[in-house]
Design a protein around this ligand. Structure first.
Ligand SMILES: Nc1ncnc2c1ncn2[C@@H]1O[C@H](COP(=O)(O)OP(=O)(O)OP(=O)(O)O)[C@@H](O)[C@H]1O
Length: 357
């Protein structure tokens, strides 16, 4: 999978332009606020249709009403044109000029490693669920369709609980048991493999403590109906559905302790990197093609072994874009970022740091 070019128009602070990317590492470097993260965000959006902002308008250049990103992606010998239009709170996706829905985009096309990934370790369960759901929605088109259906059904059941509509409960419960059980089964299967890959990555990063990933489930397909009956009074009192995959967590244990409560900041960073590396491996296993790797701010990584791991990982995949306030070593293309524009510069000859395999 190779990104050939990226075009942006009215995207945050990026100057409208088309950038061409070679195979190997592209280093994008420059001062804070120059637009390096915005470039990775636009690339990730164009390739996956995904964005984490709460309001899509945030992505549009202030003062404008619409933005556009376009990627040319070489995949299995053929070129696809992926387009995302943003405007009036709506996102329009096209592949080769034809309107598509999110789950119809090439789903294994990019992985984005960011400094704020440590929030996956320290943050609330919702962040880890979002990580897992985003990954599973990319691995399975069916999951991508069933998850929003399940979430809508939860919202509708919550409304019925608040309105005291007891007569509607059997109908909503039947829907939730059916959709929710399917979601739990997919999560169980995927987390088994994800846990193995994250364990390996954590060890490769030099951690002496074992990393364990497990699903913490508020109910199971086997007990879903009985749990609804058992928690009925509590759910009516709270006016919300307290069991189901929307309440579950992906628990992270480092050595003998829950990582969120006990991991040091460096350990949390290593765990977060392990989760992203596991995501990269899982997407490659599923789709048979290595995703484009986007690494945001490698220069924020002060620990020498994690920094070497990141740079070696970037050099090991067919294509990576690595941003930083300094230039990533070993780059095939060097782009200096300045006020939303990117200027080609001769790549420096700094060698990659050594890391054990
Ligand atoms: N919708 C928008 N319209 C115009 N400018 C925006 C918009 N959204 C963000 N920006 C600007 O983009 C800049 C941030 O760019 P970005 O986060 O990509 O910087 P960066 O180069 O990654 O910096 P750092 O090294 O600090 O991470 C900020 O100056 C911000 O004000």
């Amino acid at each position: 999978m190779l990104l050939q070019s990226l075009t942006t128009l009215n995207y945050r602070n990026l100057t409208p332009d088309t950038l061409h990317f070679p195979a190997g590492v592209s280093a994008v470097w420059g001062p804070n606020g120059a637009g390096k993260t915005n470039l990775l965000e636009a690339t990730y959006l164009a390739l996956t249709g995904l964005s984490e902002v709460s309001r899509l308008e945030q992505l549009v250049l202030q003062g404008e009403s619409e933005a556009y990103v376009r990627a040319e992606l070489l995949q299995g010998g053929s070129l696809s044109v992926l387009e995302v239009g943003l405007g009036r709170g709506r996102r329009t996706l096209k592949v080769d000029g034809v309107r598509v829905r999110g789950h119809e985009l090439p789903r294994g096309s990019a992985v984005w490693i960011r400094p704020e990934d440590s929030d996956l370790v320290y943050g609330a369960p919702g962040g880890r669920r979002a990580y897992l759901d985003e990954l599973l929605s990319r691995l399975s088109a069916r999951y991508a369709q069933q998850l929003p259906r399940y979430e809508r059904a939860v919202a509708q059941r919550n409304a019925a609980l608040k309105a005291g509509e007891d007569w509607a409960m059997p109908i909503w419960e039947e829907t939730l048991v059916k959709l929710g059980s399917e979601i739990i089964e997919v999560r169980r299967r995927a987390v088994g493999r994800l846990a193995e890959l994250a364990y390996e990555a954590n060890a490769a990063l030099g951690s002496a403590k074992a990393l364990r990933l497990e699903l913490s489930e508020s109910t199971t397909p086997e007990t879903f109906r009985a749990d609804f009956a058992r928690r009925a009074a509590e759910e009516r009192a709270r006016g919300s559905t307290v069991i189901g995959p929307h309440r579950d967590d992906l628990t992270l244990t480092l050595g003998d302790f829950p990582a969120g409560d006990y991991a040091s900041r460096g350990e949390a960073r290593t765990i977060a990197l392990s989760l992203r590396k596991a995501e990269l491996d899982l997407l490659r296993e599923r789709f048979g093609d290595m995703p484009l790797l986007l690494i945001d701010d490698f220069s924020a990584e002060l620990d020498p072994s994690r920094r070497a791991f990141l740079l070696t990982l970037a050099a090991s995949v067919p294509q990576a874009i690595v941003t930083g306030t300094e230039e990533a070593p070993g780059a095939a293309l060097s782009l200096r970022a300045e006020a939303g524009s990117f200027f080609p510069a001769p790549p420096s000859q700094t060698p990659l740091p050594q890391v054990r395999a």
